[in-house]
Design a protein around this ligand. Structure first.
Ligand SMILES: [Zn+2]
Length: 53
């Protein structure tokens, strides 16, 4: 499972991953010059982190 999220929703994303997968999530900071079309799972902001496990 992987979730893209902005700075605002990082805690929400971590909670969701822990709830659904019951494992410690891995948080990866996205490069600013990365895929600009990727947006937050929970709002319309550009994603700043990829959270997965
Ligand atoms: Zn967001």
């Amino acid at each position: 499972m992987k979730v893209y999220c902005c700075e605002e929703h990082i805690e929400l994303a971590l909670d969701v991953i822990v709830d659904e997968c019951e494992t410690a999530p891995i948080m990866e900071k996205l490069q600013p010059e990365g895929d600009l079309s990727t947006s937050c799972e929970y709002c319309r902001n550009a994603a700043a982190y990829l959270v997965g496990n």
